[in-house]
Design a protein around this ligand. Structure first.
Ligand code: AOF
Ligand code: ZN
Length: 335
């Protein structure tokens, strides 16, 4: 399953609105004979890719999948059929498919005499490669990760407005890696005017090695300055003239965007946090003081301490000299 998760990580950002799924096929003796991941929308599902690699060696073997194999005829035939045709004896999956059209694969396989086990490394998959898609399947809204870099005293810029570079080179490199795995990067029009960001993933990797550019999304009523770097040809850019987070998320969902990285600034982040539309926070905290300057979040609808937005810390780790905090808003807290 760890290998299946790793395979699925490699296709994150290329499958939406479909989930990035990974599959490993073992032969009857337990030797890995196929590894696959979901193709871009309309293409083969992970199981079909892995089975094609395994060929006849799948007979009597085991398929390990991060998501319950689909039982539906969608844009591609059901994976349950492909697994049965290949003569697989056992299927192990991490999480059940919540999509009512595709669900029921485990039952179909069992009815055909295949041994099925579920729940293996389910938490890793839920928090990892399938987090955004499972959220999208449950709510109909893209999953929003708000990412920011701040000083230890909670500032995202100095008093004079300068903000380059607060976090370390290691943290910045990690963010570029993260950008290749999401469907869209979103900022407010104020950030475009003050910082003129490029909002591209700068890894200089060819597309076949996972190099790709997510959609750039600018939110705000104001015009973008002519010559703004987000208007260059490096990636596609969408300008949404609204302030309403749900209008933004609706427009993105309509384009098949499932996983969004909100990269600021404090006004847009405040609007999303205030509307309970931040699902996860990824903070890079640099061990330095700036003493003055804006904080990461502005006007999140919190006027007194009892209205504070509560989060649960999922992971704390180091990224070079910086501290990386991943925290989630518990689903119950979402309005
Ligand atoms: C699997 N393996 O690798 C994926 C699955 O439009 P389609 O035909 O590609 O079907 C998409 C649905 O299939 C998607 O909503 C989800 O329920 C399931 N995705 N299933 O067995 C895969 N990506
Ligand atoms: Zn399938």
């Amino acid at each position: 399953m760890a290998l299946a998760i790793a395979a699925s990580e490699g296709v994150r950002g290329t499958t939406s609105p479909n989930p990035p799924v990974g599959c490993v096929v073992l032969d009857a003796g337990g030797v890995v004979v196929g590894v696959g991941a979901t193709s871009p929308p309309g293409g083969a599902h992970a199981e079909v890719v892995a089975l094609a690699q395994a060929g006849g060696r799948a007979r009597g073997g085991t398929a390990v999948v991060t998501l319950e194999p689909c039982a539906h005829q969608g844009r591609t035939p059901p994976c349950t059929g492909a697994l049965l045709d290949a003569g697989v004896a056992r299927v192990v999956h991490a999480v059940a498919d919540p999509n009512p059209k595709a669900a029921g694969g485990a039952d179909v396989l069992r009815a055909a005499g295949v041994e099925v086990a579920s729940g293996v490394l389910a938490e890793e998959v839920r928090r990892g490669p399938l987090r955004a898609w499972l959220h999208f399947a449950r709510t109909g809204r893209p999953h929003v990760t708000w990412k920011y870099a701040a000083s230890l005293d909670g500032r995202v810029a100095a008093g004079d407005g300068t903000s380059r570079w607060i976090s370390s080179e290691e943290s910045r490199a990690e963010v570029h890696e993260l950008r290749t795995k999401v469907d869209a990067i979103m900022v407010g029009s104020g950030t475009v005017r003050t910082d003129d960001p490029r909002l591209t993933a700068r890894l200089a990797r060819p597309v076949q090695d996972g190099g790709r550019q997510p959609l750039r999304v600018v939110v705000g009523m104001g015009d973008l300055p002519p010559g703004a770097r987000v208007l260059d040809d490096e990636a596609e850019t969408m300008h949404l003239r609204t302030h309403d987070p749900d209008v933004v998320l609706g427009a993105l969902a309509a384009r098949g965007v499932v996983d969004v990285l909100l990269e600021g600034g404090p006004t847009l982040a405040g609007a999303f946090a205030g509307a309970r539309r931040v699902d996860r926070v990824l903070a890079y905290i640099a061990p330095k003081f700036l003493g003055d300057g804006p904080s990461a979040l502005r006007d999140a609808g919190v006027s007194t301490v009892t209205e504070a937005v509560g989060l649960v810390v999922e992971q704390v780790s180091m990224c070079g000299p910086d501290v990386r905090v991943s925290a989630v808003v518990p689903p119950g807290a979402a309005r």
